[in-house]
Write a protein that binds this ligand. Structure first.
Ligand code: GLP
Length: 272
């Protein structure tokens, strides 16, 4: 397969001058269950206001509590996601939807099926699509046809990635194939206890797709995220830290683990 991955462009991108930080505030959560519950309140409020909301979902350890909470609320009939439409943020390239590494599989298992979302309301990236560039275009068209994202829920990579938009990514990109960084692959090898060969490439919605969402909910948990969160809190958009692309978003909510509030990061910076 011929792969055209977007090469990191950090050398070609000038550091963006300091801009006013977004109006977002970080809500510090004392426990994982607290973070999950506040995040679920956020999603529930959107679904109450707009039952057919269009939502992009993240994978990873961080959103697991949110998914469990949403599933529990759906089971107790305190929330319905039945009319909402769901997309995901990313997946590994070349991995089919039934593979244990598949993000599509993860989301179906942990949220979409137990929450009772019908398949016709789900469009997930096909990491194993034969024409991958066509798949990227088709995915963007599907988001647009759904009316655009009402909410993008994001996790955060240790290197500041959002979705699979790695440091140096083009902030104007839409859905595309990416070359995964060594750091990202090493993290995923550790998370899967070395049981799988982690693919070299991923497919991800681009940063421009994410920032076009009408609202963004960023979930940050785990001490490994201290550097990335510190970069975000410095308030300077910087292509080396993709998460800083969110700084100017008009409707961003950040929920973070309280232990990160005073965490010291490797370069000696104490996050403000
Ligand atoms: C992966 C995914 C990201 C996710 C990140 C954080 O790299 N591509 O979309 O946000 O992991 O995962 P975790 O929540 O397990 O730290």
């Amino acid at each position: 397969m011929r792969i055209k991955a977007h090469a990191p462009r950090s050398k070609r991108i000038k550091r963006v001058p300091k801009m006013p930080t977004s109006t977002s505030t970080i809500l510090w959560c004392r426990s994982g269950s607290g973070l999950a519950s506040v995040a679920a309140d956020h999603v529930a409020a959107l679904l109450a206001r707009k039952p057919g909301a269009v939502i992009a979902l993240p994978t990873g350890q961080t959103p697991l509590g949110l998914y469990a909470e949403l599933v529990a609320r759906a089971a107790a009939k305190r929330l319905s996601a039945a009319q909402a439409r769901f997309f995901n943020l990313d997946d590994y390239l070349g991995v089919s939807a039934d593979h244990p590494l598949s993000y599509a599989r993860f989301l179906r298992e942990h949220f979409l099926r137990p929450a009772g979302v019908a398949e016709e309301h789900i469009r997930l990236l096909r990491g194993d699509a034969v024409g991958i560039e066509e798949e990227c275009r088709d995915y963007e068209a599907a988001i647009e046809a759904a009316g655009g994202l009402d909410l993008a829920i994001l996790g955060l990579g240790t290197n500041g990635h959002i979705g699979f938009n790695e440091p140096g990514s083009d902030w104007s990109a839409q859905t595309h194939v990416v070359s995964l960084s060594e750091e990202t692959r090493a993290t995923h090898v550790a998370q899967t206890q070395g049981k799988f060969v982690i693919p070299e490439y991923g497919i991800t919605v681009g940063i421009s797709t994410i920032v076009a969402a009408r609202a963004v909910l960023l979930l940050v948990a785990g001490r490994g995220k201290a550097c990335a969160l510190a970069a975000f809190r410095r308030g300077i958009p910087d292509p080396k830290w993709p998460v800083t692309a969110l700084l100017t978003h008009r409707n961003l909510t950040v929920l973070a683990d309280a232990e990160l509030q005073s965490a010291t990061v490797a370069d000696g910076t104490v996050p403000r």
